[in-house]
Write a protein that binds this ligand. Structure first.
Ligand code: IMP
Length: 187
């Protein structure tokens, strides 16, 4: 992590804390889906590290697929538009879907994604997210499994990026404001 230590203001969650919590989440999921196959839907790109660790600790039959989707428009209701940039290959019809997200911020993407999966005929849709930033929520969304609630800070690492960077950090850290404010102001 030496390569970017000066870009970070604080380590919010260590690799050890994350590892322990991921194990707890996987145990909860394993217990809750006692007699069902789980269709895990990873939301690209940020969830891939979390999903890989979580998946290997879930002791149930699983099908895994990924999608990339973004909410758009200015509306803050869950029935707004969602653009699917990369769709699932596996049908969700009659499946017990577990959406795996890196972080829930406004909740717009996730709430629209849940609605879309329900409309497509999923038997059930639950959500597992590593991080929850409740202070930023614009639309109510049910989070069934939450790793950590965090304050309203911009974080990177463990799959989360800024401008596609920092995903390989083993921890979750706060990015110094000048690292993203400067760049977005200049661009
Ligand atoms: P929202 O909940 O629809 O606002 O969107 C959540 C998405 O915003 C996440 O999947 C991330 O891609 C991105 N995001 C929100 N907060 C952060 C952050 O602190 N670091 C990195 N990405 C973030």
């Amino acid at each position: 992590m030496k390569y970017c230590a000066s870009d970070l203001s604080e380590i919010l969650l260590s690799a050890e804390q994350i590892d322990q919590r991921v194990g707890e989440l996987a145990a909860e999921i394993t217990a809750d889906y006692s007699d069902q196959e789980i269709m895990i839907v990873g939301v690209l790109t940020g969830s891939f590290v979390f999903l890989a660790d979580l998946l290997r600790q879930i002791d149930r039959p699983c099908v895994v697929d990924f999608l990339a989707a973004y909410s758009y428009g200015t509306g803050t209701n869950s029935s707004g538009e969602i653009r699917v940039e990369r769709d699932l290959r596996v049908s969700v019809v009659d499946k017990d879907v577990l959406v795996v997200e890196d972080i829930v911020d406004t909740g717009l993407t996730l709430s629209r994604l849940i609605a879309m999966l329900q409309e497509r005929g999923a038997a059930s849709v639950k959500v597992c997210c590593l991080l929850d930033k409740p202070a930023r929520r614009e639309v109510s969304v049910q989070l069934d499994y939450v790793g950590f609630q965090i304050p309203d800070r911009f974080v990177v690492g463990y799959g989360l990026d800024y401008d596609q960077h920092y995903r390989n950090l083993p921890c979750v850290a706060v990015l110094k404001a000048d690292k993203y404010l400067t760049r977005s102001t200049v661009e």
